[in-house]
Design a protein around this ligand. Structure first.
Ligand code: GLU
Length: 481
């Protein structure tokens, strides 16, 4: 059996939506797991709505996520001649016919059906025109569309997600559906089938919203004498309120998550769980693990919930799993643009930077979080968080005593390492007769300005002796008035 061929076929009419990225990922995972090809087709036939910028956004999204594709990108708009030739084949095989009804006439037919309380279905009046009449109309330049003649019977397929789906042909759409517009451009269903045949696609995996198109497409495959691919219709993505995911729920563009400090691996992991489960309790996975575990058996038909809190949690997991060096490549531009350091500074202090990242990555949910938490280690003068001060330095007198004593102890420490500093400060706590935390917390605020940070000894080492002592002095000056 030859390997499967899959494709992702976005219409470039906006940004890369998270739902689109999820569909792309599942197609990609299928191809990489089962061994096959994953192709990319830009469905740019709608000239009025398709833009270069949107096409670029799709490529950018793929690049950021680290998804690749096989073979050349296919641009649907370039295949117009073949689409038209396929329509001609259907006309020649008498599986389609020209329809000269004007939109006014069709509106009348629709209104009449409504008045009768029936669903509109094209009454095939143009299919009954005599050949000579059809030829005369064509010769006179009368505009026409081409309709596919719906056969009798039932159209079914074994969906990889939903199992058997069947449609009675008489219930599909409005009867003989249009495949070519009066301006000779193809309708979506025809263009997709024509391209999928040409690209030798064997598995069509896409959103649930296309289920109603599938019987039409199957009929077109059969009429064009092509093998019908397998279909997998993925569940819709909903917001936490159970409604279809939209901008109301927050960002829906993949690019927005990049700017929120989400790691691509975390995004992929999160997207993978929107409609698929590897089974067991496994949730956090690297991309290679997802490739290994992917299976169509794990696909779900239930709508998936896009939960931002879960994405942030997932991102936290991936931040912890990623090496400081890898995180640094993403963090450095953010640190530079926040004005916290210069490029040369970061190059000169590379080991220090990695150490800082190592300590912060386990406490952060986003890259931005890390940058925010990193600020106290870069800036010259600490900014004190009002709430931290109100709570941690409540008793000013006592705080001054503790900070002064800590300063003396630290200043005389034999070495400036966590191993050397820890016993010194713990001994001091014992001497004063207070819990160590009563020293660490006021000290933490003096050193970082905030109430939460890595362990106090790590903070001291990151800041270095001189800076740490200067910060305690500055805190004491502030507390004195
Ligand atoms: N361009 C269609 C869409 O974006 C593709 C549907 C399909 O995969 O067939 O929804």
């Amino acid at each position: 059996m030859s390997p499967d061929r899959l494709r992702f076929a976005p219409s470039p009419t906006g940004y890369l939506h998270v739902g689109g990225a999820r569909t792309a990922l599942f197609n990609w995972l299928y191809a990489r797991h089962y061994g096959g090809q994953f192709l990319l087709r830009i469905e740019d036939t709608d000239k009025a709505r398709s833009t270069e910028e949107s096409t670029r956004a799709i490529f950018d999204g793929f690049r950021w996520l680290g998804l690749d594709w096989d073979e050349e990108v296919v641009h649907q708009g370039a295949n117009l001649a073949r689409h038209q030739a396929d329509v001609r084949r259907l006309l020649d095989a008498n599986r389609a016919y020209r329809c000269f009804c004007t939109s006014e006439e069709l509106d009348e037919q629709r209104a009449a059906a409504k008045a009768r309380g029936e669903a509109f279905k094209y009454d095939r009046r143009c299919d009954r025109l005599l050949t000579a009449d059809v030829e005369r109309r064509i010769a006179s330049g009368m505009p026409f569309v081409v309709r596919f003649r719906m056969p009798e019977g039932t159209t079914s397929w074994n969906d990889l997600v939903h199992g058997t789906i069947s449609f009675a042909n008489e219930d599909i759409g409005e009867g003989d559906f249009i495949i070519l517009r009066s301006d000779s451009t193809p309708i979506y269903n025809l263009a997709v089938v024509s391209d999928d045949i040409a690209m030798r696609i064997t598995v069509v995996m896409r959103g649930d919203d296309h289920v109603s198109n599938t019987p039409k497409q199957i009929l077109l495959y059969e009429a064009l004498g092509a093998g019908v691919p397998k279909f997998a219709h993925l569940p819709m993505i909903h917001g936490p309120d159970g409604k279809k995911l939209s901008k109301r729920h927050g960002a829906t563009a993949v690019g927005d998550y990049e700017h929120m400090g989400i790691l691509p691996d975390a995004m992929l992991n999160f997207l993978a769980l929107l409609g698929w489960s590897p089974g067991g309790d496994i949730e956090v996975m690297t991309l290679p693990q997802m490739v290994e575990l992917f299976s169509t058996d794990g696909l779900s038909k239930k709508a998936a919930i896009f939960d931002m809190t879960k994405l942030e949690w997932m991102n936290g997991q991936h931040l912890s799993m990623t090496s400081a060096a890898d995180l640094a490549t993403r963090l450095i531009p953010l640190i530079l643009s926040a004005g916290l350091a210069t490029d040369e500074d970061l190059v000169a202090r590379r080991d220090w930077l990695y150490q800082l990242i190592e300590l912060l990555k386990v406490r952060a949910r986003t890259l931005d979080d890390i940058v925010r938490q990193a600020a106290p280690y870069f800036i010259e003068t600490v900014e004190y968080d009002a709430e931290a001060v109100a709570k941690g330095w409540k008793d000013r007198e006592a705080t001054q005593t503790i900070l002064r004593a800590s300063r003396d102890t630290l200043a005389s420490a034999p070495r400036w390492t966590t191993d050397a500093l820890e016993p010194e400060l713990r001994r001091l706590a014992e001497q004063i007769g207070i819990g160590a935390g009563k020293i660490f917390q006021p000290l933490r605020i003096a050193l970082t300005g905030v109430a939460a940070s890595p362990g106090i000894f790590d903070v001291l080492v990151l800041l270095g002796r001189e800076r740490s002592l200067a910060r305690i002095d500055a805190a004491l000056r502030r507390l004195a008035h």
